[in-house]
Write a protein that binds this ligand. Structure first.
Ligand code: SF4
Length: 562
């Protein structure tokens, strides 16, 4: 099945910031913590917030204690007063764009204007805006209500931020024609507008569209309406469990979009499930390829192959014959990553629920395979030499030290440890006499940075889940955009300097140019990440792991061709 993901899908800026705020408060504040109403419409995220001590406050009690976080929708001034009078410390997570609408409503109401709010009846954001307009607020949620309006004073029109812009324009123009003493404020959020434009475009390119999000979410419902307006069949689901496979088999291409409060891992789950459904005209061959790649990815065999490729590429540059080093790298990388995922099931639940479910379903098989992998790696290392065995022991001990100490709490420490371990495995294990070979250390230096590149890109894919489980990665600390910029600079610098050895150093063959090629591929990945919607973690992870394969293939081709 061909699946197209809308470029704008999932958390909007306001929801993301409110979520970050709740996570920050949960780790830094004493006493009970609440959000006033559910922060997002996603049961698993709410469950995790609950585990972190963030409960949902449904009603404001007479007396209370602790901290209350206001969600992105905002609240009325009256509700805020009641929360403070009850004894809560109030932390405002209202989206800045919603604050702007509230301020316009409050400002003009104070000046004596009527405030017409175009929005959904009962929606918390609308209640908040009306609360700021006080007695001057008038809600219009249907065409009938619009036609029944009688305005006998100057007025302004504002919109709930997630309204459809075309309809808002149509309604406000009509009103202005009938009652000219008015002023229109288009307060529809740009992110909503772009999301809606994008879904219209998406609907024109595919045969059906799946809209992912809470059934109560106004902006998600609107996305589904737009698809229907475009004459395409729409499937409105909250999670991948609601997907109707039989119904989707009738199509050869479907689009996927998601509301502003839908987390990435829910979108991922839907994408993975839909991708596995055979499309109307899909050939058996392309299905078989996709299934194989998916199996390799979910079983961590692809990651193991990535480790082995790095080793083959590095060995080829150093002129080392034999593939025992690559086998050791394959076994250990596969085993360590699988064990890690089985242990760290929590972040897997958010970053890649289907892979985690797959690993847990066959837990005994994967546990046995991992133990076999560790034993095989040590056996082969011992077969090579005692020194290799000791080096391997050092790598594993370092990994254990990292897992059981507070080192893992240091931001970016995971990236450095993984890069150190992979580089040691790929270069020091196959190298005959590593301590007397300067070229071995030069190769190790560049391999180390290739793995850093791989890890940083993986962190970006796992950003939302890592943030939820409280992991301190560089990407979380610096933000996705800065990290992508930094990675692009890193790739460019390393593409240039890694080309020097084969030009200036005697004894360094053309195969060393595999490094600049791999860093240029890294640069392509950064550009691809910027362009493509994050959330397609299967495709992106396959492409990131292919970094080592690009390195290996280039090194082999260059050594044969030049
Ligand atoms: S849709 Fe726009 S206004 Fe509403 S919370 Fe998101 S960013 Fe803010």
């Amino acid at each position: 099945m061909k699946v197209k993901l809308a470029r704008i899908a999932g958390f909007c800026m306001g929801v993301r910031e409110a979520m970050d705020l709740a996570l920050e408060v949960s780790s830094g504040f004493d006493g009970p913590i609440f959000t006033y109403g559910p922060l997002i419409h996603n049961p698993s995220a709410l469950e995790l917030l609950r585990e972190k001590g963030v409960e949902v406050l449904k009603e404001i009690p007479e007396k209370g204690e602790g901290t209350v976080i206001i969600r992105a929708h905002g609240i009325t001034p009256l509700e805020r007063n009641r929360l403070e009078e009850a004894g809560f410390q109030v932390i405002d997570g209202t989206c800045p764009r919603v604050i702007k609408v509230q301020s316009i409503a409050g400002h003009y109401a104070e000046k004596g204007f009527l405030v017409v709010v175009v929005g959904d009846k009962g929606h918390p954001e609308v209640k908040g805006i009306l609360g700021h307009a006080g007695e001057k607020g008038i809600l219009v949620s249907s065409e009938d209500e619009l036609k029944a309006l009688s305005l006998n004073a100057p007025y302004i029109i504002v919109a709930q931020t997630t309204q459809d812009r075309e309809r808002f324009k149509e309604w406000s123009d009509w009103l202005l024609k009938k009652f000219p003493d008015g002023r229109i404020f288009d307060t529809i959020c740009d992110s909503t507008k772009r999301r809606q434009e994008e879904v219209r475009r998406l609907a024109s390119e595919v045969e059906a569209v799946i809209v992912v999000g809470g059934k109560k979410s106004a902006n998600t419902k609107r996305l589904a309406e737009i698809v229907e307006e475009e004459g395409k069949e729409v499937f409105f689901v909250e999670t991948e469990r609601e997907i109707d496979e039989d119904a989707l088999r009738r199509f050869s291409s479907v689009g996927v979009t998601a509301g502003a409060s839908t987390p990435n891992w829910v979108i991922n789950g839907v994408l993975r499930r839909v991708e596995a459904i055979p499309g109307k005209d899909e050939s058996i061959f392309s299905r078989a390829i996709w299934r194989t790649l998916r199996f390799l990815h979910e079983s961590n065999l692809w990651t193991g192959l990535s480790g082995a490729s790095l080793c083959i590429g590095a060995s080829n540059i150093l002129g080392i014959k034999g593939y025992l080093g690559a086998l050791i790298a394959f076994f250990l990388v596969f085993a360590m990553h699988t064990l890690n995922r089985l242990i760290d099931e929590k972040s897997g639940r958010f970053n890649d629920p289907l892979r985690t479910a797959f690993l847990l379903k066959y837990k005994k098989v994967f546990l046995s395979a991992s133990i076999f992998g560790v034993v095989a790696a040590f056996g082969l290392a011992l077969y090579l030499s005692t020194l290799k065995f000791v080096i391997l022991l050092f790598v594993v001990a370092l990994g254990l030290l990292y897992s059981v100490t507070r080192l893992k709490e240091l931001p970016g420490s995971k990236t450095l440890f993984v890069a150190g371990a992979w580089a040691t495995l790929s270069v020091l294990i196959p190298c005959k006499d590593p301590f007397n070979s300067p070229s071995c250390w030069l190769v190790l230096f560049f391999v180390f940075f290739l793995v850093i590149l791989r890890d940083v890109l993986m962190e970006i894919i796992d950003l939302q889940g890592d943030r939820l489980v409280g992991r301190e990665t560089m990407t979380i600390l610096l933000g996705e955009e800065k990290v992508l910029k930094f990675t692009a600079v890193l790739c460019t610098i390393f593409a240039v300097i890694s080309s020097f050895p084969s030009i200036f150093l005697k004894g360094m063959g053309a195969s060393f140019l595999a490094f600049p090629i791999a860093f240029l591929y890294g640069l392509f990945l950064v550009k691809y990440f910027k362009r493509e919607k994050l959330g397609q973690n299967l495709r992106l992870e396959l492409m990131v792991e292919a970094l080592s394969m690009v390195f290996m293939v280039s090194s082999l081709i260059l050594s044969i061709a030049i």
